[in-house]
Design a binder for this molecule. Structure first.
Ligand code: GTP
Ligand code: MG
Length: 285
C-alpha cells in the first residue's frame, strides 16, 4: 500500500487518540520519512490545539513535510562549459536521466549539450549512452571500455570548450560495493573537473531510485561523504508513489532536489517542485 492510501484510511478514522498517533507514526516510518522526522511530526501534531478533533491534521502534516523538503533548480551559468557529474549506484537510472537532462536543457534553455561516457566500467555502458546520443542527436565523448573516467571527462571538457558547448553531462559507474575504489575514482574525477573548468557551473548530481526506500538515504550519505553532493534527482517516481525518502535526505543531509524522473522516455523529467511532490506522495496510489 502506498503512503497516500494508508494516510487516507488513517485520516478516515473518527478518533484522534493515542493509537491513532502511534499508527500515524508507524505509517510515516514505513513511508520512508524516517524515524526522526516522524517523531517530530507526531509531537507537533499532538501539540496542535484541538488535535483530538478529526479535522485539520492532514493539512498540518503536509505543511510540516513541506518544511523539510528542499527544492532547488539546477541551472546553467553563463561561463561555458558547465558540468553536471551524474552519480549513483547501479541501476538507479543515471544514464537514462542524463538523456532526459540533455533533452530538458536543450528544450528549455536551447543549451548545446555534450555527453561524456564516464562509466567505463560496466559492460555496454558506453554503448548505452552512445545510443541515447544518436537518438537525441547529441554528441558523446567516449573512450574504450576500461579507460580512466577522469581522462574521459578531461577530454569532454576540452572538447566542449573548443566547440563552445554549454553543458557537459557526465555519466559515472556506480560501484558502491567497492567503497574505497569508488571514493578514489570520484575524487580523481572531481579533481580533473575542478581544475579544467574555467568558471562554468560544476554540480555533482546524485540520482536515487524512488522505489528503493531507506537504502537511498544510505547511498546519499556515502556519495555525499565521498565527494560532496550538490543536488539529488528522484528517478522512477512514476510507477509507485514511493518517495518519502526525500524527507530524510533533505532533513539529515541538507541536500536539495532538482528533478523528478517519471518514466523512461526523454521527456519524462520535470523540475522537482515541493507541492507536486507532496501531492503525489500524500494522495497518490
Ligand atoms: N519507470 C522508470 N524507469 C526508469 C526511470 N529512470 C530510469 N529508468 C529505467 O531504469 C533502468 C536503469 O536505468 P539506467 O539509466 O540504465 O540506470 P543506471 O544508473 O545508468 O544503471 P547502471 O549504468 O547499470 O549503473 C532502465 O530500464 C531505465 O529505463 C524513471 O524515471 N522511471
Ligand atoms: Mg548507466
Amino acid at each position: 500500500m502506498t503512503l497516500g492510501s494508508r494516510l487516507r484510511s488513517l485520516f478516515g478514522r473518527p478518533e484522534r487518540n493515542l493509537e491513532f498517533f502511534e499508527d500515524l507514526e508507524d505509517t510515516l516510518i514505513e513511508g520512508d520519512i524516517g524515524p526522526a522526522a516522524a517523531q517530530e511530526i507526531i509531537e507537533a501534531l499532538k501539540a496542535v490545539p484541538g488535535a483530538g478533533q478529526p479535522e485539520g491534521l492532514p493539512a498540518r502534516l503536509r505543511q510540516m513535510l513541506a518544511g523539510y523538503v528542499r527544492a532547488q533548480p539546477l541551472t546553467l551559468g553563463a561561463a561555458k562549459p558547465n558540468l553536471f557529474l551524474v552519480l549513483g549506484v547501479n541501476g538507479v537510472g543515471k544514464t537514462t536521466t542524463i538523456a532526459k537532462m540533455a533533452e530538458y536543457f536543450r528544450r528549455t534553455g536551447s543549451a548545446r549539450v555534450l555527453l561524456a561516457a564516464g562509466d567505463t566500467f560496466r559492460a555496454a555502458a558506453i554503448e548505452q549512452l552512445s545510443l541515447w546520443g544518436e537518438r537525441l542527436g547529441i554528441p558523446v565523448v567516449r573512450q574504450q571500455s576500461g579507460a580512466d573516467p577522469g581522462a574521459v571527462i578531461f577530454d569532454a571538457i576540452a572538447s566542449a570548450r573548443a566547440r563552445e558547448y554549454d553543458l557537459v553531462l557526465a555519466d559515472t559507474a556506480g560501484r558502491l560495493h567497492n567503497k574505497a575504489h569508488l571514493v578514489a575514482e570520484l575524487a580523481k574525477i572531481d579533481r580533473v573537473a575542478r581544475s579544467r573548468l574555467e568558471g562554468g557551473t560544476y554540480r555533482k548530481v546524485l540520482v536515487i531510485d524512488a522505489t528503493t526506500g531507506q537504502n537511498a538515504l544510505r547511498q546519499a550519505e556515502v556519495f555525499h561523504e565521498a565527494v560532496g553532493v550538490d543536488s539529488v534527482i528522484l528517478a522512477k517516481y512514476d510507477s509507485t508513489a514511493r518517495g518519502g525518502i526525500v524527507v530524510p535526505i533533505c532533513r539529515e543531509l541538507s541536500l536539495p532536489f532538482s528533478f523528478v524522473g517519471t518514466g523512461e522516455k526523454p521527456g519524462d523529467l520535470v523540475p522537482f517542485e515541493t507541492d507536486a511532490f507532496l501531492d503525489a506522495l500524500l494522495t497518490g496510489g
